[in-house]
Design a binder for this molecule. Structure first.
Ligand code: URA
Length: 249
């Protein structure tokens, strides 16, 4: 159902100016809706752009596109911030999002010391779909662990592990990328793909195998992959292709 908003809000949300600046523009006759000059800031227009069936809103003859109702950001979360919208003591992931609108939140959590891909949106329905345990959305992590990961560990992960929950973990895919038995302490680099999101799940799975996670980074979630050129702390909007891949998975 189309939502209607005041013309001054439509323009301000679209970045045409502050609410009081756009009111002045409207009153001075600079704004048209279709062919008609509208001088009332309270005039109601559809909150979507003309290409999506809304009104053609023009400022000085130039079309102003509506701010989409839902936005999707991909953040390369750095270490040292918490996956929350607010926190009294800690820096939150929202500080890296260049958008101050209300209602944005991170989809799921990465630990304070975990880096990598985090989706930030205001689309509650999509977030619910992605987080719902029954949907089995795959998440892949790169980790450096203390200890030498073995083919036997790979087998155990593929069968499911008892990490102290009611049920064992669902089968996961553990890949050994490199082992450094000679280093002090011995270390391994691994990739782990799981389709659940239990609290500290990767760290707990590795702990059960006698390995401690030293470094953890999420590199993909469902169809989204952390882009190589997105630096830690950088955030960008998802492309249309990424959004539809997420919605149609
Ligand atoms: N598993 C963990 O242990 N930590 C994370 O941040 C994500 C998955």
């Amino acid at each position: 159902m189309t939502k209607y908003v005041r013309l001054d809000k439509y323009l301000a949300d679209a970045g045409a100016g502050t609410r009081s600046e756009v009111k002045k523009m409207i009153r001075s006759g600079k704004v048209r809706v279709g062919e008609t000059v509208i001088r009332q800031p309270e005039f109601k227009v559809a909150s979507v752009s003309a290409k999506d069936g809304g009104d053609a809103v023009l400022l000085n003859g130039v079309p102003v596109l509506a701010q989409p109702e839902f936005v999707y950001y991909l953040l390369h979360k750095p270490k040292g911030c918490v996956s929350a919208t607010e926190d009294r003591q800690e820096k939150t992931v929202m500080e890296y999002v260049p958008d101050s609108r209300k209602g944005l939140f991170p989809v799921g959590r990465l630990d304070k010391d975990t880096e990598g891909l985090l989706l930030i949106t205001n689309d509650g329905a999509l977030a619910h779909e992605l987080l719902s345990p029954g949907k089995h959305v795959e998440k892949t992590y790169y980790a450096v662990v203390q200890g030498v990961v073995t083919p036997d560990d790979v087998q155990k992960v593929s069968r499911g592990l008892d990490i102290g929950e009611d049920k064992e973990t669902l089968p996961g895919k553990l890949e050994i990328l490199n082992t450094h038995p000679e280093s002090d302490p011995p270390k391994s680099e691994i990739r782990l793909t799981i389709c659940e999101g239990k609290f500290h799940q990767v760290k707990r799975m590795m702990h059960v195998l006698g390995k401690e996670v030293l470094y953890l980074k999420r590199i993909s979630m469902g169809p989204l992959t952390l882009p190589e050129n997105l630096k830690k702390g950088e955030c960008r909007l998802l492309s249309e292709a990424e959004i539809s891949a997420l919605k149609n998975r």
